[in-house]
Design a protein around this ligand. Sequence first.
Ligand SMILES: Nc1ncnc2c1ncn2[C@@H]1O[C@H](COP(=O)(O)OP(=O)(O)OP(=O)(O)O)[C@@H](O)[C@H]1O
Length: 259
Amino acid sequence: MSQALLSLHEVEKSYFSSGFGGKREKKVLRGVSFDVNKGETVALVGESGSGKSTTARLILGLDKLTLGEIWFQQKQRSASSPAEQLQMRKQMQIVFQDPIGSVNPRMTIFKIIAEPLLTHGYTREQAMDRVKELLGLVGMNEQDMHKYPHQFSGGQMQRIGIARAIALKPELLILDEPTSALDVSIQARVLKLLKALQKELDLTYLFITHDLNVVQSFADRVLVMKQGEIVERGSVQAIFEEPQHLYTQNLLEANFFVK
Ligand SMILES: Nc1ncnc2c1ncn2[C@@H]1O[C@H](COP(=O)(O)OP(=O)(O)OP(=O)(O)O)[C@@H](O)[C@H]1O
C-alpha cells in the first residue's frame, strides 16, 4: 500500500445512457493511477472534456467510480464506514472556478464561510471566532462577514471561497481552475495567497487547470490527461523542458500562443 496522502489505482469511470440500441457506455476515465504526497502541489492538466473534473468528483466522493481504487490517508474510499467517509470529506475540500456562481447570493459572507463549520458541530459563537480568523488568513476584513457576495470582486470572492475551503483545516485542497475566471493581475495575487497558505497550514494541493503558464510557477509535478488517460507525468521542469508526448507539446504551444 502506498504511503501517499492520496492514491488512485487504475481508476475507471463510465457513464451509461440508454438509447435505441440498448445501454450505451461512455468511458470517461481509463486506468488513471497517481499519488499525491503530503505537502506537494500536483497539477492535473488537460483540455476541456479530458476528465479532470470527473477525477475530482470521484476523489471527493461526489460520484462513484466504475473500477479501481481511491485511497486517502491510507483508507480506501469505497470501503470506508459512513463515519470515516464524513471524516474524509472534512479532510478534503474543493475551491471552484467560479467564486460567485458557486455561492448563494442571498447568504452573508459569515453564512457562506460558516456553513461547513456549523454542519460539523461548531456552535455559532465558535463559528464566529473561526470566520474572523479565516477572513484574516485570506487577507480580508472581519467586518466583511456581514456583507453579501455582490459587494465583492471576483478576486475577493475567491479569497472567501478559499476561507470556506480551509475552514475545517483540511489536509487536501482540490483547486479546480481557481484562477481561470479572474484577471491576470488578480490571478497572481490569488496564487500567491494559496502558496502562503500552503506553507502556513501544511496543505497539499491537487491543482486542476488547462493553463500551463500557471502550472510552471505553482506546481511541483504535472500529470497530463487526454481523453480520460494520463498520457504524461513528470516534474514541472521535465514537462516544460522535454515534453515527450505530442499532446503535451501541443498544450505547451497553445499556451505559448495565448500568452
Ligand atoms: N454525468 C455525465 N454523464 C455523461 N457524461 C459525462 C458526465 N459528466 C461528465 N461527462 C463527460 O465526461 C467527459 C469528461 O468531462 P470532465 O468534466 O471531467 O472534463 P474536464 O477535463 O474537467 O473538462 P472541463 O475543463 O471542461 O471541465 C466529457 O466528455 C463529459 O462530457
